[in-house]
Design a binder for this molecule. Structure first.
Ligand SMILES: O=C(CO)[C@@H](O)[C@H](O)COP(=O)(O)O
Ligand SMILES: [Fe+2]
Length: 220
């Protein structure tokens, strides 16, 4: 099953409650929350206090994408704020294996994100431990960037590795995805689609429904 994870980074922050209610009702599978520290990425967004407040608005899964250096320092805070999935960047962790185990010890799903220039082999000795891998299809830090086409080969190779090893791991793709290019991303092997500007810039509900209609069509 293919799932949509709208990224609220592109929402109107003065209307967050309303925007989250709209994606929830329109059929989004989860809420993608981009946490940025101004160090790992050149932008600052929000942290666990905001996520804890938003947790009251919906029961949909909270998919927390941590773009922060040494996330091990804050894993417990994000788990306590109500995260269902925590994604850390391989590039940001000195002890990636330990960080993954820390997330799992809190009964939260663990995922690792790879920047566009990071090879898949950094996952060789941790893949079995993961619930999800996030392939970044833009350089992290901002919404509204263009999809990097090389990401498609990376998604295909990862899907092949997962299948060959007999594992069940979600592949999430994040950055520059819209209703025109999402089919190629799914055909390459992704099953969780993050979309920020393609959901929140314009009619939010109809754009969520537009993605879901494509997912159903492909799933048939
Ligand atoms: O993690 C990030 C950016 O670093 C994303 O989740 C973006 O927020 C996606 O936005 P669009 O590229 O879909 O506009
Ligand atoms: Fe993200």
């Amino acid at each position: 099953m293919i799932k949509l994870a709208p990224s609220i980074l592109s929402a109107d922050f003065s209307m967050l409650k309303n925007n989250i209610e709209i994606i929830d009702e329109a059929g989004a599978s989860m809420v993608h929350l981009d946490v940025m520290d101004g160090s790992f990425v050149p932008n600052i967004s929000f942290g666990p206090v905001v996520i804890k407040s938003l947790r009251k608005i919906t029961k949909k899964a909270f998919d927390v994408h941590l773009m922060i250096d040494e996330p091990t320092r804050y894993i417990d805070d994000f788990c306590n704020a109500g995260a269902d999935i925590i994604t850390v960047h391989a590039e940001a962790c000195t002890h990636l294996h330990r960080t993954i185990q820390q997330i799992k010890s809190k009964n939260v799903k663990a995922a690792v994100a790879l920047n566009p220039a990071t090879p898949l082999n950094v996952l060789d000795y941790v893949l079995e431990d993961l619930d999800m891998v996030l392939i970044m299809s833009v350089n992290p830090g901002f919404g509204g960037q263009s999809f990097i086409p090389n990401s498609l080969d990376k998604i295909k190779s990862l899907r092949k590795q997962i299948t060959d090893k007999g594992l069940t791991i979600d592949i999430q793709v994040d950055g520059g995805i819209n209703t025109s290019n999402v089919r190629t991303v799914i055909e390459a092997g992704a099953n969780i689609i993050v979309a920020g500007s393609a959901v929140f810039k314009g009619d939010i509900a109809s754009q969520v429904k537009g993605f879901n209609a494509i997912f159903e069509e492909i799933g048939e």
